[in-house]
Design a protein around this ligand. Structure first.
Ligand code: DER
Length: 236
């Protein structure tokens, strides 16, 4: 099975949790895309009705509009029944790294407002410790002073050999990536792993100019993992 087929299997399994009349947080990324497709399919087949979607990015908003899924926002629905979204890393306690697609702020706002948050991944996302993969842990920062904030973030984790880099669209690093909220992204690369996640979260959020980071701690209620040997459902 290809990785995308595994993502689709996990996504379709998660959509089994969707019931009519629910307000659903619609995630962002290649895995969540399959869940949004499947919800639209069931709506069109009349197997689901009266669903309201709360998109976690402009990209998902556009996908849902094109599929005819009725949409709303957090102001109209401050409490969401169920959110379905992918993840970049999942540890054994269902803590996540998310945001490598740049949508972490709206994702975390919607998913932290959800009664249930079902994470959908292929098995390659499962890790023992967050940050150990050496891949980015994204932090959303305001544009002003973003490089200075990157330096402060790097200094926070000096002892664990962390490197902070501003995410850019061009090779010579002059054109910053801009999020749906008009902010920039600083990516943290950890040599070993992030260690005490709550301590790291507090340190990061205290730096003036930081908006939010991509560690989703204690938010997921279920993770659905699709692998070569089948699909596993792991509840908190
Ligand atoms: O950027 C994000 O937050 C995405 O949801 C990411 O965590 C998972 O993206 P993928 O499903 O394309 O791997």
């Amino acid at each position: 099975l290809t990785q995308d087929e595994l993502k689709k299997i996990a996504a379709y399994k998660a959509v089994e949790y969707v019931e009519s009349n629910m307000v659903i947080g619609l995630g962002t990324g290649s895995t969540a895309k399959h869940a949004v497709d499947r919800i639209a399919e069931l709506l069109n087949q009349g197997k689901l009705h009266n669903i309201v979607g709360i998109p976690t990015s402009k990209k998902t908003y556009d996908q849902a509009v094109s599929l005819g899924i009725p949409l709303s926002d957090l102001n109209s629905h401050p409490v969401v029944d169920l959110s379905i979204d992918g993840a970049d890393e999942v540890d054994p306690f269902l803590n996540l790294v998310k945001g490598r697609g740049g949508s972490l702020l709206r994702e975390k706002m919607v998913e932290s407002s959800s009664k249930k948050f079902v994470v959908i991944v292929d098995e390659s996302k499962m890790v023992e410790h967050l940050g150990g993969s050496g891949l980015a842990m994204p932090v959303e920062v305001v544009p002003y002073g973003d490089l200075a904030v990157a330096k402060s973030l790097q200094a926070l984790f000096e002892d664990s050999g962390c490197v902070a880099k501003r995410r850019t669209l061009d090779l010579d690093g002059k054109v910053p990536f801009v999020t749906d909220n008009g902010n920039h992204i600083v990516e943290l690369f950890f040599k070993k792993d992030i260690g005490d996640l709550n301590a790291a979260s507090d340190k990061i959020l205290r730096i003036p100019g930081v908006v939010e980071h991509g560690m989703f701690l204690g938010l997921a209620t279920t993770v659905i993992v699709a692998g070569e040997l089948g699909v596993r459902v792991k509840d908190k």
